[in-house]
Design a protein around this ligand. Structure first.
Ligand code: DCP
Ligand code: CA
Ligand code: CA
Length: 360
């Protein structure tokens, strides 16, 4: 059966999350920055929303340059808040995992999903799944995602990038050649600046040019392996499987109903988060050695406290240790109130699921 592979990428991820968090900035150009701390404005732009991109402000740009462009305009600059972005990312990854046979997370905001078995190779069903994932991301997290559907990871990735934001691009097997044909080689995922330049020097601009260039001649320039890889890319051929990556940690963070330093209220929240975490522990068949609590106070200052114990998979251990760590935090920070609290397990060990007779 031909595979059906989906690639999902969230639109202007960090910036959209900040817009959702603060109604006062919704609809404005927003720029998210990683400050290096060396001087007040040294650092780089992490991402910007589409309104800010329209001014030319984009990821990787020095903050000083972005500020220069923004001068006299109503542009919002904010520092990154990775814990918050990870919290939402994990929830979205979980919901996508539920809707696929296997999922491979590639970064904080994108993943490949293999839906071949789930759909029985039926494209209409796969399109329904893509729509359902987009709908859930929108209704549960108020975010948009761009989705590509094809028969392999390489083409699915290019497809998700094809209509951004909020796109859904379907490229069936027989459409791949036409889809790629006039694309510049630099748009073929995995072909970087240096290779693009080398190809351009050979007179190769588009995927079509590349596919028509002799493999032997390509080998002379790039060597056997890379030449084959380039040739395959030009034709949209990619056999690499969707491989679930082992997680390094599992965490759950939640926002308290109101800012508080009431131990019982925070503890209640921890128990609620632990219930959710227990489901993930069972699903991933994982044991852990380290338990942490993450506290985010009203000034958005994050602290983490951890304790390490012998290998276990018992959720009650997470609850008990979190309680002790919370007491410690509250004692050390008597005048702080918490806005959010989280729990995390790390030092993970995965046991392969028991094979059942059905697997033989
Ligand atoms: N990121 C970063 N530095 C970069 C690129 C990205 O810190 N040079 C972060 C911020 C992004 C997130 O990773 O929000 C995801 O990266 P993407 O390349 O997917 O960019 P966006 O999601 O922001 O925008 P797009 O809508 O183009 O996907
Ligand atoms: Ca993205
Ligand atoms: Ca991405």
């Amino acid at each position: 059966m031909k595979r059906i592979i989906m690639h999902v990428d969230l639109d202007s991820f960090y910036a959209s999350l900040e817009e959702n968090r603060d109604p006062a900035i919704k609809g404005k150009p927003v720029v998210i920055c990683v400050y290096s701390g060396r001087s007040e404005e040294s650092g780089a732009v992490s991402t910007s929303n589409y309104k800010a991109r329209a001014f030319g402000i984009k990821a990787g740009m020095p903050i000083v340059i972005a500020k220069r462009i923004a001068k006299g305009k109503d542009v919002v600059f904010l520092p990154v808040d990775m814990d918050y972005y990870r919290e939402i990312s994990e929830r979205i990854m979980d919901l996508m995992e539920e809707e696929s046979d296997t999922m491979e997370q590639v970064s904080i905001d994108e993943a490949y999903l293999d839906v071949t078995e789930l759909t029985d190779g039926n494209w209409d069903k796969a399109i329904e799944i893509a729509k359902s994932i987009k709908e859930k991301i929108s209704s549960q997290e108020e975010l948009t995602a761009s989705v590509g559907l094809s028969t392999n990871k390489f083409v699915a990735k290019i497809a998700s990038d094809f209509q951004k934001p909020n796109g859904l691009t379907i490229v069936k097997e027989e459409e791949i050649i036409n889809f790629l044909k006039y694309m510049s080689v630099s748009n073929l995922h995995g072909i970087g600046e240096k290779t693009t330049k080398a190809l351009n020097d050979l007179g190769i601009q588009t995927a079509k040019d590349l596919s028509e260039y002799g493999l032997k001649e390509l080998e002379e320039v790039f060597g056997k392996n890379k030449a084959r890889l380039l040739h395959n890319k030009s034709l949209g051929i990619d056999d690499s499987p969707v491989e679930p990556r082992e997680k390094k940690q599992l965490s759950r963070i939640g926002t308290l109903k109101e800012d508080t330093n009431d131990q019982n209220v925070i503890y209640e929240k921890i128990i609620e988060l632990a219930k959710d975490m227990e489901i993930r522990i069972l699903k991933n068949n994982v044991s852990f050695r380290t338990v942490s609590i993450i506290t985010i106070d009203t000034e958005l200052k994050t602290q983490t406290k951890s304790d390490t114990i012998p290998q276990t998979r018992e959720i009650q251990k997470v609850i008990n240790i979190s309680k002790v760590l919370l007491e410690k935090y509250l004692k050390e920070n008597p005048d702080k109130k918490l806005r959010r609290v989280g729990i995390r397990i790390s030092n993970l060990e995965f046991s392969k699921a028991q094979k059942t007779l059905d697997d033989f």
